[in-house]
Design a protein. Structure first.
Length: 211
């Protein structure tokens, strides 16, 4: 009997998943979803592009929906790995926020990450329900940043009537400065301009919410 993972992937017992093969399938899926959308995407085309059989693709991902949801998990995994923010009671809040925002800005400039974000965004315009269902948990938690705001409030260093709302406010500032210009613009701002905007956003956030 095949085992089923949390992302819906069906994996035969006793056969380890090849990370290289899985990566190839995800990258092929990103390109296919971007080009054709969810409804038009073909599992046959994804398998061929990844250089695997259709059976191998379905052994890893039980359905096209499971594969699409795996892309959402891949996005969250990359964000968590490269721009994770754990609250530090002994560290200045400004330094923690600057580090988090700069790591986020650096991550979106990675070509693979940029393609992944564009694939999910383009599909959100075609099928908001599908993307919303796949990403709602992460958007609600703002990729873990809500927990950081809550911890700073408990420590008496921030004051926010709603930590969730405050987290989304900061995230909106950073995305507007360092993410959306990279995703949508052909002539994005320079790294220096982005960093200046990040510093101003951090200072704005702390001037309002710092206890």
């Amino acid at each position: 009997m095949p085992e089923t993972s949390n992302d819906g992937a069906r994996r035969p017992r006793g056969r380890p998943v090849s990370l290289k093969k899985r990566h190839a399938m995800l990258e092929a899926a990103i390109a296919e979803f971007r080009r054709c959308g969810y409804d038009g995407a073909s599992m046959d085309a994804i398998a061929a592009s990844a250089g695997v059989s259709k059976r191998t693709l379905y052994n890893h991902f039980a359905s096209k929906e499971a594969l699409f949801r795996s892309l959402a998990d891949e996005l969250v995994g990359r964000v968590s790995q490269h721009s994770r923010l754990d609250y530090g009671a002994d560290k200045p809040l400004r330094d923690q926020l600057l580090h988090y925002a700069r790591e986020s800005a650096a991550l979106i400039r990675d070509p693979e990450m940029l393609e992944l974000v564009r694939a999910l965004l383009s599909e959100s315009l075609r099928s908001s329900d599908l993307v919303g269902d796949a990403m709602s948990e992460y958007w609600r938690d703002e990729y873990g940043f809500v927990a950081w705001v809550e911890a700073a409030c408990r420590d008496g260093r921030l004051h926010a009537a709603s930590p969730e709302r405050a987290a989304h406010q900061f995230a909106a500032l950073i995305k507007g400065i360092a993410v959306w210009p990279i995703v949508f613009r052909r002539d994005p701002p320079s790294a220096r301009e982005i960093d200046a905007g990040i510093e101003e956003a951090v200072d704005m956030f702390l001037s309002y919410h710092a206890a």
